[in-house]
Design a protein around this ligand. Structure first.
Ligand code: FAD
Ligand code: NA7
Length: 454
């Protein structure tokens, strides 16, 4: 049995950890190879300054920007088998910056010794399935040398994420806009927006966070334009929400409420496409960004070919620990510890979850849906169970904290559901912290610390 894992982001890393944990427990595991097109692991958390194409002419994967801090409390994403306390040796704050989370997720797999299984700088170009042989052929390219290789595998696990291919809408007259127009995918920092007027289009995480970052870095104004509903936070002075842009005339945007305003830059925070250019259409997931993409049994098994698996294909409330739950479940299906039901039974289960998905009305319903889904997977495996109700409570507290203070919510702290540790209050308030490095983050209270823990 040979298994191909495509992508060494948090999902692929979880899959390697799952196999390694089984091996450590004395189980026989299949040979597995992880293909990763970047030169290091971490997926979105592996920051790059590049935009557009990388050094090999490949589309740049990560959409993260230099100054990104976690947008949800770390207490909802903590690994159940490798806690923040274990990694950092002391309590840290609830909303760490990107390099700190990268260090955490890397630390776990570094200790597991699975790096040897990853073929870095190797992009998967095409995957074919041979019905008769019941095998996949995976064609990959070693990017530095340009060498292509085709190999057969019995199972393929897709963990390439789905926040990399921008959804880029068109607006009348936008071609006349003289300033910078970009998608959130290409945003790397807001320093150059100081003193400028920024328009972000969209009303979800990227709009909220890029708008907030621009405000933090001294933008003169931030306007967020929504299609369906405003974000509705109490924004600071100079930050407002407007209905959808109908058209541009040079640097002026005209909004659906009849108002207009001039801007220096536009960032489209309009989401991403599920896109799998290495898969034929009968294997490729095609879905909007939601918590129950169609065609996946237990959210991971491709219903049309149960030898193909997807990790992390959902819109994500939970992240790292949900990927773990999925990876442990997929591992146990592959090891035969969990039986793969026949197609009709899988479909019946999909339909049950689909009915629950369609009944979702509120944000709280959606959180509960994903947490309970994750719980169901954990229960089927030996991944350590944790207090799911407590996780839901933290999500709801996070939502309340954002409503309360959108610029200050990252200074709040929560209790770990894994260890009971209460997060440390960070030495500097998020809004005042201009150095997002891990060294600064982990330093004892610096003399210039402002606010929170100072
Ligand atoms: P990714 O992290 O996207 O990793 C996929 C990997 O697959 C990449 O390393 C990529 O190089 C590789 N790959 C892709 N195609 C190929 C190929 N053909 N061949 C070989 N390798 C390939 N989550 C949080 O919990 N907290 C946050 O604060 C947060 N902020 C976010 C901010 C942004 C801007 C974005 C885009 C996402 C954010 N997320 C956040 C969600 C994030 O998607 C998850 O945390 C996590 O990175 C998903 O892991 P993944 O492994 O499924 O996908
Ligand atoms: P999301 O969460 O998928 O949100 C996409 C947003 O884009 C959402 O507000 C959409 O509005 C809006 N959208 C989509 N198409 C359009 C058009 N044509 N016009 C105007 N607005 C549009 O993507 P994000 O980038 O915010 O977040 C993705 C991940 O990145 C997430 O995990 C974060 O942690 C970081 P709608 O409400 O559908 O009208």
């Amino acid at each position: 049995m040979r298994v191909a894992i495509i992508g060494a982001g948090p999902s692929g890393m979880a899959q390697m950890r799952a196999f390694e944990a089984a091996s450590r427990a004395g189980e026989e595991i299949p040979e597995f190879v992880c293909f990763e097109k970047q030169s290091d692991w971490g997926g979105q958390w592996n920051y790059t300054w590049r935009t557009g194409l990388d050094e090999h002419g490949e589309p740049v994967h990560s959409s993260m920007y230099r100054n990104l801090w976690s947008n949800g409390p770390k207490e909802v994403l903590e690994f159940a088998d490798y806690t923040f306390d274990e990694h950092f040796g002391r309590p840290i704050s609830s909303y760490p910056p990107r390099p700190v989370l990268w260090d955490y997720i890397s630390g776990r797999v570094e200790k597991s010794g699975v790096r040897q299984h990853v073929r870095f700088s190797t992009v998967v170009r095409w995957v074919d399935y041979d019905d008769a042989a019941e095998q996949f052929t995976v064609t990959s390219e070693d990017l530095p040398s340009g060498t292509t290789t085709s190999e057969t595998f019995d199972r393929v696990i897709v963990g390439v994420g789905h926040f990399s291919f921008p959804r880029m809408p068109d607006f009348d007259g936008i071609e006349t806009f003289p300033g910078r127009v970009m998608h959130a995918h290409d945003f790397r920092g807001a320093e150059d927006l100081a003193g400028r007027d920024l328009l972000v289009i969209g009303s979800s995480y990227s709009a909220e966070d890029i708008g907030s970052q621009a405000h933090k870095m001294g933008a003169r104004s931030v306007t967020a334009s929504y299609r369906t509903a405003p974000m509705g936070y109490e924004w600071p002075d100079g930050f407002e929400e407007k209905p959808l842009v109908l058209r541009f005339e040079g640097s002026t945007a005209h909004f659906a409420d009849g108002t207009s305003r001039e801007f220096d830059a536009v960032v489209m925070c309009t989401g991403y496409l599920h896109k799998y250019p290495f898969l034929p259409d009968d294997l490729a997931l095609d879905s909007p960004n939601n918590v129950y993409p169609a065609g996946l049994y237990k959210g991971v098994v491709w219903q049309r070919n149960p030898h193909l698996f997807y990790l992390g294909a959902q819109d994500q409330w939970l992240t790292f620990n949900m990927f773990d739950a999925q990876a442990w479940f997929v591992r146990d299906l592959i090891l035969g510890k969990i039986e793969m039901p026949p197609a009709e039974e899988r479909q019946a289960d999909i339909d049950t979850w689909l009915a629950r998905f369609e009944a979702i009305e509120t944000v709280a319903d959606e959180v509960r849906f994903q947490v309970e889904y994750t719980g169901e997977l954990i229960e089927a495996t030996d991944y350590p169970m944790f207090d799911l109700e407590e996780v839901i409570e933290i999500f709801l507290a996070w939502k309340r904290d954002k409503k309360d203070d959108i610029m200050g919510y990252r200074d709040r702290t929560y209790r770990s559901v894994m260890t009971g540790t209460i997060a440390a209050t960070h030495h500097t308030r998020w809004v005042d912290e201009l150095d997002d490095s891990i060294a600064r983050y982990l330093a004892p209270v610096p003399t210039d610390a402002v606010g929170a823990g100072a």
